[in-house]
Design a protein around this ligand. Sequence first.
Ligand SMILES: Cc1ncc(COP(=O)(O)O)c(C=O)c1O
Length: 376
Amino acid sequence: MSNSPLYFDIAATTPLDKDVANLMNTINLENFGNPSSIHSFGQKSHNIVERSREKIAKILNCKSSELFFTSGGSESNNIVLKGVLEKGDHFITSSYEHPSVLGLTDELQEKGIEVTFIKPNQDGMLNALDIKKAFKENTKMVSIMYVNNELGTINPIKDIAQFCNEHNILFHTDAVQYVGKKNINLNDSHIDFLSIGAHKFYGPKGIGLLYCKSGKKVNPLISGGGQESGLRAGTENISSIAGMALALEIAHNTYDENKKNILELENYFIDTLNKADINYRVNGSNRLAGIFNITFFNVQGHSLLMNLDIMGIAISYGSACSSGSANAPLALLEIGMPKEEAACSVRISIGKMITKQDIDKLIKSLSAIIVRIQKK
Ligand SMILES: Cc1ncc(COP(=O)(O)O)c(C=O)c1O
Protein backbone atom coordinates (compact mmCIF):
# COMPACT_ATOMS: atom_id res chain seq x y z
CA MET A 1 0.00 0.00 0.00
CA SER A 2 1.55 3.33 -1.02
CA ASN A 3 1.84 6.31 1.30
CA SER A 4 1.02 8.89 -1.37
CA PRO A 5 -1.97 11.14 -0.66
CA LEU A 6 -5.33 9.77 -1.75
CA TYR A 7 -7.94 11.90 -3.47
CA PHE A 8 -11.61 10.89 -3.08
CA ASP A 9 -13.09 14.23 -4.14
CA ILE A 10 -13.52 14.17 -7.91
CA ALA A 11 -16.98 15.76 -7.59
CA ALA A 12 -15.16 18.92 -6.41
CA THR A 13 -12.60 18.74 -9.18
CA THR A 14 -10.56 16.17 -11.06
CA PRO A 15 -6.81 16.00 -11.66
CA LEU A 16 -5.75 17.13 -15.11
CA ASP A 17 -5.35 14.29 -17.62
CA LYS A 18 -1.66 13.98 -18.64
CA ASP A 19 -2.36 14.04 -22.41
CA VAL A 20 -4.51 17.14 -21.89
CA ALA A 21 -1.74 18.82 -19.88
CA ASN A 22 0.83 18.01 -22.60
CA LEU A 23 -1.40 19.40 -25.34
CA MET A 24 -2.03 22.57 -23.35
CA ASN A 25 1.69 23.05 -22.67
CA THR A 26 2.49 22.75 -26.36
CA ILE A 27 -0.24 25.21 -27.33
CA ASN A 28 0.80 27.66 -24.61
CA LEU A 29 4.38 27.63 -25.89
CA GLU A 30 3.64 27.62 -29.62
CA ASN A 31 0.30 29.31 -30.23
CA PHE A 32 0.20 32.71 -28.63
CA GLY A 33 -1.54 34.54 -31.49
CA ASN A 34 -4.80 36.33 -30.74
CA PRO A 35 -7.58 34.35 -32.45
CA SER A 36 -9.11 37.66 -33.61
CA SER A 37 -5.93 38.72 -35.46
CA ILE A 38 -5.93 38.39 -39.24
CA HIS A 39 -2.26 37.36 -39.60
CA SER A 40 -1.20 33.73 -39.63
CA PHE A 41 -0.31 33.64 -35.89
CA GLY A 42 -3.90 34.68 -35.16
CA GLN A 43 -5.40 32.34 -37.71
CA LYS A 44 -3.53 29.37 -36.24
CA SER A 45 -5.06 30.13 -32.82
CA HIS A 46 -8.47 30.77 -34.40
CA ASN A 47 -8.30 27.34 -36.04
CA ILE A 48 -7.49 25.65 -32.72
CA VAL A 49 -10.54 27.32 -31.12
CA GLU A 50 -12.88 26.43 -33.98
CA ARG A 51 -11.62 22.82 -34.39
CA SER A 52 -12.16 22.39 -30.63
CA ARG A 53 -15.69 23.77 -30.89
CA GLU A 54 -16.45 21.36 -33.76
CA LYS A 55 -15.01 18.41 -31.82
CA ILE A 56 -17.21 19.18 -28.80
CA ALA A 57 -20.30 19.77 -30.99
CA LYS A 58 -19.83 16.35 -32.57
CA ILE A 59 -19.66 14.68 -29.14
CA LEU A 60 -22.71 16.52 -27.77
CA ASN A 61 -24.54 16.16 -31.11
CA CYS A 62 -25.32 19.83 -31.63
CA LYS A 63 -24.18 22.57 -34.03
CA SER A 64 -20.82 24.21 -33.30
CA SER A 65 -22.59 27.60 -33.63
CA GLU A 66 -24.64 26.62 -30.55
CA LEU A 67 -21.56 26.40 -28.29
CA PHE A 68 -20.03 29.39 -26.46
CA PHE A 69 -16.83 29.18 -24.43
CA THR A 70 -17.00 30.61 -20.90
CA SER A 71 -14.85 30.46 -17.76
CA GLY A 72 -16.84 27.51 -16.38
CA GLY A 73 -20.14 26.28 -15.01
CA SER A 74 -20.71 29.27 -12.73
CA GLU A 75 -20.36 31.77 -15.53
CA SER A 76 -22.53 29.74 -17.90
CA ASN A 77 -25.29 29.58 -15.26
CA ASN A 78 -25.00 33.33 -14.66
CA ILE A 79 -25.18 34.17 -18.37
CA VAL A 80 -28.40 32.21 -18.85
CA LEU A 81 -30.25 33.40 -15.76
CA LYS A 82 -29.24 37.05 -16.08
CA GLY A 83 -29.39 37.10 -19.87
CA VAL A 84 -32.82 35.55 -20.37
CA LEU A 85 -35.08 36.58 -17.48
CA GLU A 86 -36.73 39.99 -17.37
CA LYS A 87 -39.01 41.92 -15.03
CA GLY A 88 -42.46 40.33 -14.87
CA ASP A 89 -41.20 36.82 -15.78
CA HIS A 90 -41.80 33.77 -13.61
CA PHE A 91 -38.82 31.46 -13.10
CA ILE A 92 -38.81 27.92 -11.67
CA THR A 93 -35.75 26.25 -10.17
CA SER A 94 -35.03 23.75 -7.38
CA SER A 95 -34.11 24.45 -3.78
CA TYR A 96 -30.86 22.41 -3.99
CA GLU A 97 -29.16 23.96 -7.04
CA HIS A 98 -25.51 24.98 -7.04
CA PRO A 99 -24.84 28.45 -5.48
CA SER A 100 -24.19 29.84 -8.98
CA VAL A 101 -27.94 29.44 -9.56
CA LEU A 102 -29.43 29.74 -6.05
CA GLY A 103 -27.19 32.70 -5.22
CA LEU A 104 -28.70 34.72 -8.07
CA THR A 105 -32.31 34.32 -7.06
CA ASP A 106 -32.37 37.26 -4.59
CA GLU A 107 -31.03 39.53 -7.30
CA LEU A 108 -33.59 38.20 -9.79
CA GLN A 109 -36.41 38.78 -7.31
CA GLU A 110 -35.18 42.33 -6.67
CA LYS A 111 -35.42 42.91 -10.43
CA GLY A 112 -39.10 41.94 -10.34
CA ILE A 113 -38.75 38.33 -11.46
CA GLU A 114 -40.94 35.89 -9.56
CA VAL A 115 -39.08 32.72 -8.46
CA THR A 116 -40.58 29.36 -7.44
CA PHE A 117 -38.34 26.79 -5.72
CA ILE A 118 -39.21 23.09 -6.09
CA LYS A 119 -37.99 20.74 -3.36
CA PRO A 120 -36.34 17.38 -4.09
CA ASN A 121 -37.92 14.24 -2.63
CA GLN A 122 -36.29 12.24 0.16
CA ASP A 123 -34.38 10.17 -2.41
CA GLY A 124 -32.65 13.33 -3.63
CA MET A 125 -34.48 13.76 -6.93
CA LEU A 126 -36.98 16.21 -8.35
CA ASN A 127 -40.35 15.06 -9.57
CA ALA A 128 -41.05 16.30 -13.13
CA LEU A 129 -44.78 16.56 -12.32
CA ASP A 130 -44.06 18.92 -9.37
CA ILE A 131 -42.33 21.23 -11.83
CA LYS A 132 -45.18 20.99 -14.35
CA LYS A 133 -47.69 21.85 -11.59
CA ALA A 134 -45.77 25.09 -10.88
CA PHE A 135 -46.13 26.39 -14.48
CA LYS A 136 -47.91 29.76 -14.77
CA GLU A 137 -49.00 31.98 -17.66
CA ASN A 138 -45.81 34.06 -17.31
CA THR A 139 -43.31 31.21 -16.69
CA LYS A 140 -40.42 32.08 -18.99
CA MET A 141 -37.76 29.57 -17.93
CA VAL A 142 -37.06 26.50 -15.76
CA SER A 143 -33.53 25.69 -14.55
CA ILE A 144 -32.86 22.28 -12.98
CA MET A 145 -29.49 20.67 -12.37
CA TYR A 146 -28.81 17.37 -14.18
CA VAL A 147 -26.92 15.80 -11.25
CA ASN A 148 -26.87 17.17 -7.72
CA ASN A 149 -23.29 17.85 -6.67
CA GLU A 150 -23.71 16.84 -3.03
CA LEU A 151 -25.75 13.65 -3.51
CA GLY A 152 -24.83 12.55 -7.03
CA THR A 153 -28.51 11.93 -7.77
CA ILE A 154 -29.64 12.21 -11.41
CA ASN A 155 -32.79 14.24 -12.18
CA PRO A 156 -35.40 13.28 -14.83
CA ILE A 157 -34.15 15.98 -17.21
CA LYS A 158 -35.70 14.48 -20.36
CA ASP A 159 -39.20 14.59 -18.85
CA ILE A 160 -38.78 18.08 -17.40
CA ALA A 161 -37.44 19.43 -20.71
CA GLN A 162 -40.32 17.76 -22.57
CA PHE A 163 -42.94 19.37 -20.28
CA CYS A 164 -41.29 22.78 -20.72
CA ASN A 165 -41.21 22.39 -24.48
CA GLU A 166 -44.92 21.44 -24.59
CA HIS A 167 -45.72 24.69 -22.72
CA ASN A 168 -43.34 26.93 -24.69
CA ILE A 169 -41.14 27.45 -21.62
CA LEU A 170 -37.36 27.68 -21.96
CA PHE A 171 -35.37 24.96 -20.21
CA HIS A 172 -31.83 25.29 -18.80
CA THR A 173 -29.86 22.54 -17.07
CA ASP A 174 -26.66 22.88 -15.05
CA ALA A 175 -24.98 19.73 -16.38
CA VAL A 176 -21.60 20.39 -14.75
CA GLN A 177 -21.64 17.08 -12.82
CA TYR A 178 -23.11 15.07 -15.71
CA VAL A 179 -21.27 15.93 -18.93
CA GLY A 180 -18.08 13.93 -19.32
CA LYS A 181 -19.45 11.08 -17.22
CA LYS A 182 -22.40 10.02 -19.37
CA ASN A 183 -23.38 10.49 -22.99
CA ILE A 184 -25.71 13.32 -23.94
CA ASN A 185 -27.46 13.90 -27.28
CA LEU A 186 -28.53 17.55 -27.46
CA ASN A 187 -30.07 17.20 -30.91
CA ASP A 188 -32.51 14.67 -29.50
CA SER A 189 -33.44 16.75 -26.44
CA HIS A 190 -35.68 19.68 -25.55
CA ILE A 191 -32.87 21.35 -23.62
CA ASP A 192 -32.50 25.02 -24.66
CA PHE A 193 -29.48 25.92 -22.52
CA LEU A 194 -26.87 23.71 -20.86
CA SER A 195 -23.85 24.58 -18.67
CA ILE A 196 -20.57 22.62 -18.63
CA GLY A 197 -17.30 22.95 -16.67
CA ALA A 198 -14.18 21.11 -17.90
CA HIS A 199 -12.56 20.54 -14.52
CA LYS A 200 -15.11 17.86 -13.62
CA PHE A 201 -13.91 15.54 -16.43
CA TYR A 202 -10.11 15.71 -16.08
CA GLY A 203 -9.92 18.92 -18.11
CA PRO A 204 -8.49 22.30 -17.07
CA LYS A 205 -10.03 24.66 -14.52
CA GLY A 206 -11.44 28.04 -15.49
CA ILE A 207 -12.96 26.90 -18.78
CA GLY A 208 -16.47 25.78 -19.64
CA LEU A 209 -19.23 26.00 -22.13
CA LEU A 210 -22.70 27.27 -22.58
CA TYR A 211 -24.92 25.49 -25.09
CA CYS A 212 -27.68 27.74 -26.49
CA LYS A 213 -30.10 26.13 -28.91
CA SER A 214 -30.25 27.99 -32.26
CA GLY A 215 -32.72 30.88 -32.18
CA LYS A 216 -32.85 31.20 -28.35
CA LYS A 217 -31.95 34.75 -27.37
CA VAL A 218 -29.58 35.52 -24.48
CA ASN A 219 -28.21 38.96 -23.58
CA PRO A 220 -24.44 39.00 -22.92
CA LEU A 221 -23.03 39.43 -19.43
CA ILE A 222 -19.63 40.64 -20.68
CA SER A 223 -19.49 43.02 -23.63
CA GLY A 224 -16.36 43.97 -25.53
CA GLY A 225 -14.62 42.75 -28.66
CA GLY A 226 -17.48 40.64 -29.96
CA GLN A 227 -15.86 37.23 -29.38
CA GLU A 228 -18.11 34.17 -29.11
CA SER A 229 -20.59 35.78 -31.54
CA GLY A 230 -21.00 38.70 -29.14
CA LEU A 231 -22.27 36.53 -26.27
CA ARG A 232 -19.04 36.46 -24.27
CA ALA A 233 -16.36 39.04 -24.97
CA GLY A 234 -12.70 38.51 -24.11
CA THR A 235 -9.67 36.98 -25.86
CA GLU A 236 -10.16 33.23 -25.92
CA ASN A 237 -8.15 30.92 -23.64
CA ILE A 238 -6.82 28.84 -26.54
CA SER A 239 -4.96 26.12 -24.63
CA SER A 240 -7.81 25.57 -22.15
CA ILE A 241 -10.37 25.38 -24.93
CA ALA A 242 -8.29 22.74 -26.74
CA GLY A 243 -7.67 20.98 -23.41
CA MET A 244 -11.39 20.85 -22.66
CA ALA A 245 -12.14 19.41 -26.12
CA LEU A 246 -9.50 16.69 -25.69
CA ALA A 247 -10.65 15.89 -22.13
CA LEU A 248 -14.23 15.49 -23.36
CA GLU A 249 -13.09 13.33 -26.26
CA ILE A 250 -11.14 11.04 -23.89
CA ALA A 251 -14.15 10.83 -21.55
CA HIS A 252 -16.49 10.12 -24.47
CA ASN A 253 -14.29 7.30 -25.79
CA THR A 254 -14.08 5.64 -22.38
CA TYR A 255 -17.61 6.06 -20.88
CA ASP A 256 -18.36 2.33 -20.78
CA GLU A 257 -14.94 1.22 -19.58
CA ASN A 258 -14.84 3.97 -16.95
CA LYS A 259 -18.36 3.20 -15.69
CA LYS A 260 -17.52 -0.51 -15.40
CA ASN A 261 -14.36 0.23 -13.39
CA ILE A 262 -16.05 2.76 -11.12
CA LEU A 263 -18.99 0.43 -10.44
CA GLU A 264 -16.58 -2.36 -9.54
CA LEU A 265 -14.82 0.01 -7.12
CA GLU A 266 -18.19 1.16 -5.70
CA ASN A 267 -19.16 -2.45 -4.96
CA TYR A 268 -15.76 -3.12 -3.44
CA PHE A 269 -16.10 0.02 -1.31
CA ILE A 270 -19.51 -1.06 0.06
CA ASP A 271 -18.39 -4.69 0.67
CA THR A 272 -15.30 -3.52 2.55
CA LEU A 273 -17.34 -0.99 4.52
CA ASN A 274 -19.79 -3.72 5.55
CA LYS A 275 -16.96 -6.00 6.66
CA ALA A 276 -15.48 -3.16 8.73
CA ASP A 277 -18.67 -3.12 10.80
CA ILE A 278 -19.22 0.62 10.47
CA ASN A 279 -22.71 2.07 11.02
CA TYR A 280 -23.50 4.04 7.86
CA ARG A 281 -26.19 4.91 5.32
CA VAL A 282 -25.77 5.90 1.66
CA ASN A 283 -28.07 8.85 0.89
CA GLY A 284 -30.07 9.31 -2.30
CA SER A 285 -31.02 6.90 -5.09
CA ASN A 286 -30.51 6.92 -8.88
CA ARG A 287 -26.95 8.06 -8.29
CA LEU A 288 -24.21 8.75 -10.79
CA ALA A 289 -21.53 6.05 -10.47
CA GLY A 290 -18.68 7.12 -8.21
CA ILE A 291 -20.40 9.80 -6.09
CA PHE A 292 -21.46 8.70 -2.59
CA ASN A 293 -23.06 10.83 0.08
CA ILE A 294 -22.76 8.81 3.28
CA THR A 295 -23.97 9.38 6.83
CA PHE A 296 -21.65 7.93 9.49
CA PHE A 297 -23.91 8.11 12.52
CA ASN A 298 -22.64 10.12 15.51
CA VAL A 299 -19.48 11.19 13.67
CA GLN A 300 -19.31 14.87 12.65
CA GLY A 301 -18.59 15.12 8.91
CA HIS A 302 -16.29 18.08 9.35
CA SER A 303 -14.24 16.26 11.98
CA LEU A 304 -14.04 13.14 9.80
CA LEU A 305 -12.77 15.22 6.88
CA MET A 306 -10.09 16.92 9.01
CA ASN A 307 -8.91 13.64 10.55
CA LEU A 308 -8.70 11.92 7.16
CA ASP A 309 -6.82 14.92 5.78
CA ILE A 310 -4.17 14.51 8.47
CA MET A 311 -3.77 10.94 7.20
CA GLY A 312 -3.39 12.21 3.62
CA ILE A 313 -6.88 11.32 2.40
CA ALA A 314 -9.22 13.89 0.83
CA ILE A 315 -13.02 13.63 1.01
CA SER A 316 -15.67 16.38 1.14
CA TYR A 317 -18.06 17.79 3.70
CA GLY A 318 -20.62 20.22 2.35
CA SER A 319 -19.93 21.49 -1.10
CA ALA A 320 -16.33 22.40 -1.96
CA CYS A 321 -17.85 24.35 -4.83
CA SER A 322 -18.99 26.83 -2.16
CA SER A 323 -15.50 27.77 -1.14
CA GLY A 324 -14.33 25.89 1.95
CA SER A 325 -17.84 25.63 3.37
CA ALA A 326 -18.12 23.93 6.76
CA ASN A 327 -21.91 24.09 6.96
CA ALA A 328 -24.11 21.00 6.80
CA PRO A 329 -24.76 20.18 3.15
CA LEU A 330 -27.80 22.17 1.92
CA ALA A 331 -29.03 19.34 -0.33
CA LEU A 332 -29.35 17.02 2.67
CA LEU A 333 -31.48 19.50 4.57
CA GLU A 334 -33.60 20.03 1.45
CA ILE A 335 -34.36 16.30 1.15
CA GLY A 336 -35.65 16.45 4.73
CA MET A 337 -32.70 14.97 6.63
CA PRO A 338 -32.51 16.13 10.25
CA LYS A 339 -29.74 18.69 10.81
CA GLU A 340 -27.83 16.37 13.21
CA GLU A 341 -27.69 13.60 10.57
CA ALA A 342 -26.77 16.03 7.79
CA ALA A 343 -23.86 17.21 9.97
CA CYS A 344 -22.68 13.56 10.12
CA SER A 345 -22.67 13.11 6.33
CA VAL A 346 -19.75 13.35 3.92
CA ARG A 347 -19.24 13.02 0.18
CA ILE A 348 -16.78 10.43 -1.10
CA SER A 349 -16.27 10.51 -4.86
CA ILE A 350 -14.22 7.91 -6.69
CA GLY A 351 -12.22 8.82 -9.78
CA LYS A 352 -10.50 6.82 -12.50
CA MET A 353 -7.10 6.90 -10.72
CA ILE A 354 -8.41 5.05 -7.63
CA THR A 355 -7.49 1.38 -6.99
CA LYS A 356 -8.85 -1.29 -4.63
CA GLN A 357 -5.74 -0.78 -2.47
CA ASP A 358 -6.66 2.90 -2.15
CA ILE A 359 -10.14 1.89 -0.97
CA ASP A 360 -8.62 -0.52 1.58
CA LYS A 361 -6.55 2.36 2.92
CA LEU A 362 -9.56 4.70 3.04
CA ILE A 363 -11.70 2.24 4.97
CA LYS A 364 -8.93 1.28 7.36
CA SER A 365 -8.41 4.97 8.14
CA LEU A 366 -12.17 5.62 8.38
CA SER A 367 -12.61 2.76 10.87
CA ALA A 368 -9.72 3.93 13.03
CA ILE A 369 -11.05 7.52 13.16
CA ILE A 370 -14.65 6.47 13.83
CA VAL A 371 -13.65 4.14 16.68
CA ARG A 372 -11.49 6.91 18.18
CA ILE A 373 -14.20 9.60 17.86
CA GLN A 374 -16.94 7.34 19.25
CA LYS A 375 -14.80 6.45 22.30
CA LYS A 376 -14.51 10.11 23.32
C1 LIG B 1 -23.49 21.37 -10.19
C2 LIG B 1 -22.42 22.41 -10.31
N1 LIG B 1 -22.68 23.54 -10.98
C3 LIG B 1 -21.76 24.49 -11.13
C4 LIG B 1 -20.49 24.35 -10.61
C5 LIG B 1 -19.49 25.44 -10.81
O1 LIG B 1 -18.69 25.15 -11.91
P1 LIG B 1 -17.32 25.94 -12.12
O2 LIG B 1 -16.43 25.57 -11.00
O3 LIG B 1 -16.83 25.43 -13.46
O4 LIG B 1 -17.65 27.38 -12.17
C6 LIG B 1 -20.19 23.17 -9.87
C7 LIG B 1 -18.90 22.90 -9.20
O5 LIG B 1 -17.92 23.48 -9.18
C8 LIG B 1 -21.17 22.19 -9.74
O6 LIG B 1 -20.93 21.05 -9.07
